[in-house]
Design a protein around this ligand. Structure first.
Ligand SMILES: [Zn+2]
Length: 193
């Protein structure tokens, strides 16, 4: 699938909205991405996972790891397509950690995947959790990279779609200035990215 086809699929499921939005961070943006609205349909999740897996297959991973919660379904579907394990990392006293008895073999090649990469922070924390568990991260993947590809990973990386999404402080928002009403999609418990 081309990036345009991926965007159309996300729009079809209201996972990508365009307009004027107040994000859970309080910042304003012209786009709102909520991949869970696409991933709630298992055939769509499977298709997106297979697309991302195809791009990362050459890197030879034997396990896929995601930060909970947003990346879990992505890891599961990428792992399904590659025929490998899917794990997730979660915070333990603030530190992203592999819990629940998940283990990696020494030097095991791992992929770290996300639904959306914004700053890359949670992805980096997940990479560190894999390294602490003895694994070796061979690549990073996301359904949507909304950093505009601006994160310097220093390892192979892939995204189905790369977007340069601008966020604005309310006082500096050009959309507010143009008089376009802002909406606040989702809820407090469903964080906009
Ligand atoms: Zn605004």
């Amino acid at each position: 699938m081309t990036p345009e086809q991926i965007l159309a699929l996300l729009r079809d499921h209201s996972a990508l909205l365009e307009g004027h939005f107040v994000l859970s961070s309080g910042l304003h943006s012209d786009r709102y991405i909520q991949c869970a609205l696409a991933l709630q349909h298992p055939p769509v999740a499977e298709r997106l996972g297979a697309e991302l897996a195809a791009r990362m297959q050459p890197w030879g991973a034997t396990v896929v790891v995601a930060p909970a919660l947003g990346g879990v379904l992505v890891a599961h579907e990428v792992a399904r397509a590659l025929g490998v394990r899917a794990l997730f990392a979660e915070r333990q006293e603030g530190v992203m950690t592999l819990r629940r008895g998940f283990t990696l073999s020494p030097g095991e090649p791992a992929l770290v995947v996300e639904d959306v990469i914004t700053t890359g922070l949670s992805t980096r924390e997940t990479i560190e959790s894999v390294e602490r568990a003895g694994g070796r991260v061979v690549g990073v993947g996301a359904l949507v990279d909304r950093s505009g590809g601006g994160v310097d990973w220093k390892i192979p990386h892939a995204a189905l779609v790369t977007l340069a999404v601008k966020n604005y402080a309310p006082a500096e928002c050009p959309l507010c200035r143009s008089g376009l009403p802002a909406s606040k999609p989702g809820s407090r418990t469903v964080a906009a990215r």
